[in-house]
Design a protein around this ligand. Structure first.
Ligand SMILES: Nc1nc2c(ncn2[C@@H]2O[C@H](COP(=O)(O)OP(=O)(O)OP(=O)(O)O)[C@@H](O)[C@H]2O)c(=O)[nH]1
Ligand SMILES: [Mg+2]
Length: 475
């Protein structure tokens, strides 16, 4: 451990075993270079985890062992004090090309870093691996081993575990590309056990991690709430004088309305992505994800949001128009939304795809001109659709390990059931949503603030629950 008490861990191992991937996932840093070709990392690089401007822990990415058996042979002949072993080795071999990588990878250990040794447990154990483990044991530094299976092969795990227990204080399974928030915390908990001196500093690190995660969840809840407010109150309008242009103006406004709503939603999703430190790579959605669908298309409305019965109740509490138009509306749900604009000009409002998704109004204004207005959306289902999409997006983002650079291949079977989360909520939660929706339709800003605060608190607890669920639960 460094003098200033910031725990430092060097991630060591054979080339191409996933060292950089482990660093990237643990440090939540997608700038770490990961490559399918061995020998990618040639210099040590420190990746700190910084919270509130302070480094709380540092992970050091290192090159793979180049010549472990010869290194071990030299170390076995060393007769000086054990505390000088690493230093002496580096001193003697500093300019030897054959030991360039060993000198580099041992440098963090020389300055007191702990060791996390990474192996790919899906391949058989080799002589070089045993030499590497023995070298690390001889350094005398606190150390744990991580088995990071790159393939689904588990036949070699036992021999790895038996061998590793001889050399390490702790052995743990950790899949760099799949690890979740909970698994990262578990790994830090394991690190705590490898040396009594590190117990307290690592407890502080874990606490800082958890507190920061909670903060991110709170900010995410606020961002979702702000997005809902913006989307649910959004409208656009245009004046016109020539009645023959009404249909084309309405179509144009409707397209514009949808684009603007999509932009508000995308902005909120972008904020979530950034909060969870995905800065460079775009966590790819599975091809069949409902989030790839347009917000306003039929599949989205069929699979997300509340079920018809729930919706009637929600609309009742929200005091919306929906309850009164239930029969027509549920039919609309089956056929999709925004499919037609219709020609009901002059009727005061236009039913879009069987719903009051957005209103187009034609009303007289001064100077004999007319006005067409699209929005705000008066269907409470819109709130639930947006909410479901935000929660699905959040789940996807938090479960996307920072070391992942590939695309998603898992398939999702689309059953004929609601895939969103809100349809599983209890009445109490749906009431909070309904009150927020109702407040937005009124003009009382205090009511809006209060209802928004209740919704934010609810969302924060929903996000906390999701953080502790396995990614399998996500859509
Ligand atoms: N499927 C899968 N692939 C992994 C995992 N960890 C690493 N890989 C892949 O293995 C390759 C090597 O990963 P790196 O993290 O760059 O390995 P490294 O040990 O840092 O390699 P060098 O720097 O070359 O020594 C990359 O193609 C990774 O995508 C894993 O947990 N699952
Ligand atoms: Mg590397």
């Amino acid at each position: 451990m460094e003098k200033n008490n910031v725990p430092e861990f060097a991630i060591l191992g054979h080339p191409n075993e996933g060292k950089s991937s482990v660093v990237s996932t643990l440090a939540e840093d997608d700038t770490v270079v990961i490559s399918p070709f061995p020998g990618e990392t040639v210099h040590c690089r420190v990746f700190p985890v910084t919270i509130d401007g302070v480094d709380i822990i540092r992970f050091v990415d290192t090159p793979g062992f180049q010549n472990p058996q010869k290194t071990l042979a030299w170390m076995k002949t060393f007769t000086g004090p054990g505390t000088l072993l690493v230093h002496s080795f580096c001193d003697v071999h500093r300019n030897a090309e054959a030991f360039r990588d060993e000198c580099e990878l041992l440098s963090p250990i020389e300055r007191g870093a702990g060791i996390i040794y990474v192996v790919d447990g899906s391949r058989p154990l080799r002589k070089n691996d045993i030499a590497e483990m023995e070298i690390l044991r001889l350094t005398g530094q606190p150390r744990m081993a991580i088995i990071n299976c790159k393939q689904e092969e588990e036949g070699y795990l036992n021999e790895w575990k038996i061998e590793m227990r001889k050399h390490f204080n702790f052995v743990s399974m950790f899949n760099a590309h799949q690890a979740t928030y909970v698994e990262r915390i578990d790994l830090l908990e394991s690190l705590k056990r490898i040396d009594p001196d590190w117990q307290r500093p690592l407890e502080q690190v874990i606490l800082a991690f958890k507190t920061d995660w909670q903060r991110r969840n709170r900010v995410t809840a606020e961002a979702i709430c702000a997005m809902l407010k913006n989307c649910l109150t959004h409208d656009i309008s245009e004046k016109y004088s020539d009645r023959s242009q009404v249909t084309s103006i309405k179509q144009r406004l409707l397209d514009q309305y949808k684009k603007e709503i999509a932009k508000i939603e995308a902005k909120a999703h972008g904020e979530i992505k950034k909060l969870f430190k995905h800065n460079i790579f775009n966590p790819e959605l599975p091809p069949q994800s409902i989030l790839n669908e347009d917000l306003f298309n039929e599949r989205t409305w069929r699979l997300l949001g509340l079920r018809p019965g729930q919706l009637a109740l929600a609309a009742g509490i929200a005091g919306g128009l929906i309850g009164a138009k239930l029969d027509f509306m549920t039919a609309g749900l089956a056929f999709g939304v925004f499919t037609t604009i219709g020609g009901a000009i002059g009727a005061g409002s236009v039913l879009l795809g069987g719903e009051h998704m957005a209103r187009s109004r034609v009303g007289g204004i001064k100077l004999g001109k007319l006005n067409i207005k699209v929005g705000p959306n008066e269907n409470i289902q819109f709130l639930y659709i947006l909410l479901d999409r935000a929660l699905i997006y959040y789940t996807h983002i938090i479960h996307w390990a920072h070391s992942r650079r590939d695309s998603v291949t898992s398939t999702l079977s689309e059953k004929n059931i609601k895939m969103g989360m809100t349809s599983h909520w209890h009445e109490k939660e749906r009431k909070i949503c309904a009150l927020f929706f109702r407040a937005l339709r009124g003009k009382d800003s205090r009511k809006i603030t209060d209802a928004g605060s209740s919704l934010t608190v609810l969302l924060e607890s929903v996000l906390t629950d999701l953080s502790h669920k396995s990614p399998g639960a996500a859509v």
